[in-house]
Design a protein around this ligand. Structure first.
Ligand code: ADP
Ligand code: MG
Length: 700
């Protein structure tokens, strides 16, 4: 069926227009107010809403519903329940009650909790998040929900995100009030995520156990051509990929997800999709759906979608640029400079809050993107380094500099600029001015956080971002609420913030060696690996921050840190085991076979050389090199096996993480080196797995 934007966009979403159509006016109003104020819903209202939802869904062929939630695994979870209940005397009726809509008890006791439920309740429950619309996926009505323990602790990614939105709202409103804004104007965080991914031929994927088990290749020597010519970037999209993208777009549009931009990325077989920004909670739900559908739709075209941060060594990995801004509920972007003295003062204050937040919480931002997979990208000349800094662009930096020094800005004639009195000079939002190497770049009216990994839920980075900015806003509000002369106080505060936090501003090349040195001189953190970063999650400073803003309790911080650490260790452990298994069962047999054939040829020639004078240089050299490398391979394999054995002796999760991040990881790299070299020696037909060249150029 032809897709029509008019009738099909959002057709699978129980959105406001459907609600308005299908709900009695008073119920609709009551639901809308719950969506805005997040106040609990009356059970009578919930009953009517549930019944309308069910009728709407059943008309579309739906038979089941699920509470759709986001446990700490980073992917979404669902447990389908049919709408049926048994009628007395036989037969069934289709039913969906308000109680079932509002609260679910999925048991779900096998989800990771980082120890929370060991000490509290064995089971969790799901609670409807009315701020995110219900939608239909397949024949299932999905109800977005938060997942908590009975004692109220968050067991998911959504709960802290929702709590952090409340913090932004609360502290943002305090500041707006000082600027004379009305009481009912709310402050929201908005996010637009740009999702990178790889598409490879499914037949190639099926032959690579490393991709199957780990999502990334653990072996593979560089092909003669990688991304060197950068001819894939923005190149013409191949018909098979285009057909895939079309189905993906249309599926997303039906779900009300405004997929907007698609293009080929830098690495061969790499692509990107960006959806239009929306409220951070919805953007997070939508990004989860985007990732899920990317994977689900690929096989329809004989393709496999790889969302791993670094599926191939030596070519770019995938990230997810997280474009973040804060706006009023009346639609004004608070990070937009505007063109009146009033708006400029407001802009400079919110901008200063972000700068202060990033500088004071470099550790948390780094932690928010810390995974074993993402460690392969950060600092590898394709993504920003592990050092957090802020890019503002020369023009804006210069403006801040003049404010700081109280000197005259070049475009002005006589007096220094005064915040709240003067209008900021216009500074270019030109894309050519953009610094692509910065981890946290101001791009005209939003910040682009570029360290996020492609497969990561954006809930983590955004709940951290919201919390740290809310904290800076809260400190600002504390100070400004006491001020006698508000504008003078804003002036002083902005000035002081620039002086105190200018070390975090860096407009140069973040990939350069010099920056590493300079950043250290500036006292910025450089947490190279997840194992370095995660222990800082649970410092008193961080626990106090989360508790102050009601985003996480101490026990929740501890359990999350524990989980992230465990996940890091498990990821590397699985990779190491996969490598060992592949080496024993695929690589060694191939090398032995090939060596035997080379030896056979050598032997044959030698036996003929009673009468002939056949040159045996090739066989001799080949056999010698194969034998030499086989020896190294065995040594590297022994070391890796030994490292994995030793790992079991580590005391706690932190020690384990350190050990896996160094000893095990280095042994894996050594083994990979030997295998990759062998790959270049063994005949193409004899190598047991498709090569990088075959995989990366598999989609014709
Ligand atoms: P690029 O960064 O590739 O030049 P854009 O800046 O147009 O592209 O947009 C990238 C992403 O940023 C999109 O998802 C877009 O919707 C989002 N975006 C644009 N404006 C905002 C904003 N004010 N707040 C949050 N995200 C935004
Ligand atoms: Mg961008």
């Amino acid at each position: 069926m032809m897709f029509s934007m008019d009738t099909d966009f959002g057709s699978l979403v129980f959105n406001e227009s459907v609600m308005k159509d299908r709900l009695p006016a008073d119920i609709y109003k009551s639901l809308l107010s719950t969506m805005i104020t997040r106040a609990p819903l009356d059970i009578n209202v919930a009953n009517v809403v549930a019944s309308a939802m069910k009728n709407w869904a059943v008309e579309k062929g739906v038979t089941h519903f699920t509470h759709w939630f986001q446990p700490m695994t980073g992917v979404t979870a669902e447990k389908h329940e049919a709408f049926i209940s048994v009628k007395p005397g036989g037969g069934v009726i289709m039913e969906f009650s308000g109680k079932e809509l509002v609260r679910g008890e999925p048991d779900a006791s096998s989800f990771p909790t980082g120890g929370i439920r060991a000490t509290f309740e064995a089971r969790g429950y799901t609670a409807w998040d009315p701020t995110s619309y219900a939608f239909i996926k397949g024949n299932v009505l999905c109800i977005p929900t938060a997942f908590c323990s009975y004692s109220g602790e968050a067991l998911d990614k959504k709960t802290p995100l929702l709590r952090s939105m409340q913090a932004i709202s609360k502290e943002g409103r305090r500041l707006l009030k000082l600027f004379g804004e009305k009481d009912d104007v709310d402050v929201l965080a908005n996010v637009g995520a740009e999702q990178e991914y790889f598409l490879i031929d499914q037949t190639m994927y099926d032959k690579r156990p490393d991709l199957i088990y780990c999502g990334r290749t653990l072996f593979g020597s560089r092909p003669p051509k990688g991304q060197d010519l950068e001819d894939h970037y923005f190149g013409a999209i191949k018909p098979r990929v285009a057909a895939y993208m079309k189905e993906l777009d249309e599926t997303l549009w039906r779900l009300g997800i405004a997929s907007k931009t698609k293009h080929n990325e830098v690495a061969p077989a790499q692509h990107e999709l960006a959806a239009i920004y929306e409220s951070v909670n919805i953007a997070t739900d939508h990004n989860q759906l985007i990732m899920e559908l990317m994977k689900i739709i690929a096989p329809n075209y004989g393709l496999t979608c790889l969302l791993h941060e670094k599926p191939f060594a030596g070519v770019n990995g995938s990230g997810k640029h997280n474009n973040w801004s804060i706006a009023t509920s009346t639609g004004e972007n608070l990070l937009d400079p505007g063109n009146t003295p009033y708006k400029n003062a407001r802009f400079l204050l919110f901008l200063s809050a972000v700068i202060k937040a990033v500088d004071e919480h470099q550790d948390l931002l780094r932690i928010s993107v810390a995974t074993a997979a993402n460690d392969h990208r950060l600092g590898a000349n394709e993504a920003p380094p592990a050092i957090i800094s802020v890019f503002l662009g020369e023009e804006l930096t210069e403006i801040l500099d003049t404010i700081k020094k109280g000197v005259i800005y070049k475009q002005r004639e006589e007096t220094p600029m005064e915040i709240g009195v003067d209008v900021l000079p216009v500074f270019p939002k030109d894309t050519t001015d953009r610094n692509r190497t910065s981890p946290f770049a101001f791009t005209g009216n939003k910040f682009e956080f570029r360290m996020v990994g492609s497969s990561l839920s954006i809930a983590g980075p955004n709940f951290i971002l919201n919390t740290i900015v809310a904290d800076a806003m809260s400190q600002f509000a504390d100070e400004l609420e006491k001020a006698e002369d508000f504008i003078a106080a804003v002036n002083a505060l902005v000035k002081r913030t620039i002086v105190e936090h200018e070390r975090i501003i860096f407009n140069g090349n973040n990939y350069s060696e010099e920056w590493l040195v300079e950043a250290e001189e500036r006292g910025l953190l450089n947490l190279a690996t997840t194992a370095d970063a995660l222990p800082l999650f649970i410092t008193d400073k961080n626990v106090e921050l989360f508790e102050k803003h009601g985003v996480l309790m101490r026990s929740e911080v501890l359990s999350r840190a524990e989980l992230l650490m465990e996940n890091y260790v498990k990821t590397i452990h699985i990779e190491a085991l996969t490598m060992i298994d592949l080496t024993h069962r695929c690589i060694i047999p191939a090398v032995i076979d090939y060596t035997r054939r080379a030896l056979d040829s050598l032997q044959k020639k030698n036996s003929m050389n009673i009468n002939l004078a056949l040159d045996t240089t090739l066989e001799t050299k080949l056999v010698e090199r194969l034998a030499g490398l086989s020896g190294t391979l065995q040594k590297d394999l022994d070391s890796l096996e030994d490292a994995v054995m030793q790992a079991a002796k580590c005391g706690d999760a932190t020690e384990s993480a350190r050990y896996y991040g160094t000893e095990v990881f280095y042994s894996m790299q050594a083994l990979r080196g030997s295998v990759d070299e062998l790959e270049t020696l063994v005949g193409g037909k004899d190598w047991p797995m498709p090569t990088y060249g075959e995989i990366l150029y598999s989609v014709k």
